[in-house]
Design a binder for this molecule. Structure first.
Ligand SMILES: [Zn+2]
Length: 293
């Protein structure tokens, strides 16, 4: 098992990449299409996005595989090509990876619910995530990152499934909403419950991504650090999505305000820091300046 990225994270903050969706749209991605299918159909666009993040100073980028589990791919009739699509995703990122940098295989949620809220069983989720992990491992990802998870049970299925199929280190990051009673996932899992369960299930790193802006994420990092000694991942959104006058989705936290909280995130104990929705290579370039100063 290669843990080089975690070895690096022991010596300094590791910089991850930022949002992918808006970058895809910038490269002409049509609404409603399957982002992961572009690994096969538009490989040059995917390479260009990864290259822009490496050039901005990211130590690691995540492959274009967020929705690449077979349950999600089924919406586009692509479930039988899961392994091929994920292998291509990791290979594309690797093809533009400079020496000493890393590629993570992104594993997002299925978008479906387990019984009793939905139709799926835990073994079905595990098998789906195992198949995705197989493809990402075929494509030589350096690590796997299970991210934007809102259901601890599904996240544990992803961890077990990925571990059954891959020797790679597995990171797991949940997305939390801030409430007057503290931070909870959509399914009501608290930070303490998530961190304990993920650690017990063998996650190599834990953390949070999405939903919160960078100021809120810095505060959450402090809470997470008090609950675990594992390496911590933090990838905040650039605020909340809002509709602009011309109907475009824009994010409410500007770049200057966003990067202002990056030193606090690091000081509070984050070991791997990147961006999420609304962030782009320019955000990562500014973060690189701050973190590598
Ligand atoms: Zn996000």
């Amino acid at each position: 098992m290669t843990t080089a990225i975690l070895d690096l994270a022991k010596t300094r903050v590791v910089l991850l990449d930022g949002g992918f969706g808006t970058e895809l749209i910038r490269h002409g991605f049509p609404e409603g299409a399957c982002p992961e299918a572009w690994n096969l159909e538009e490989p040059e666009a995917i390479r260009a996005i990864h290259r822009s993040y490496f050039e901005a100073g990211a130590d690691a980028v995540t492959a274009n595989s967020f929705g690449g589990n077979p349950i999600k791919l089924a919406a586009h009739g692509l479930e039988s090509r899961c392994r091929e699509i994920n292998k291509a995703a990791a290979e594309l990122a690797n093809s533009v990876k400079p020496a000493g940098r890393f590629v993570g295989g992104s594993i997002g949620p299925t978008g479906k619910f387990l019984k009793p809220q939905g139709p799926f069983t835990e073994p079905e989720f595990e098998a789906a995530f195992a198949e995705q992990a197989r493809g990402l491992t075929d494509g030589q990802a350096d690590f796997l990152i299970i991210e934007t998870q809102y259901d601890l049970r599904e996240t544990l299925c992803a961890l077990r499934g990925a571990r059954s199929a891959s020797p790679l280190p597995i990171f797991a990051t949940m997305t939390y909403n801030r409430t007057p009673r503290g931070h909870f996932t959509l399914m009501g899992n608290s930070v303490a419950v998530c961190l304990e369960a993920l650690e017990k299930a063998g996650a190599a790193a834990v953390g949070s991504n999405c939903t919160l802006d960078s100021r809120e994420m810095a505060a959450l990092v402090k809470e997470m650090r008090s609950l675990t000694s594992l390496p911590l991942v933090a990838q905040a959104n650039a605020g909340k999505p809002v509709l602009s006058a011309d109907g475009q989705v824009v994010y409410s936290q500007g770049i200057d305000d966003y990067v202002k909280y990056v030193p606090e995130m690091a000081a509070n104990g984050a070991n791997l820091i990147g961006g999420c929705c609304g962030t782009d290579p320019e955000y990562i370039r500014r973060m690189a300046e701050i973190l590598k100063r």
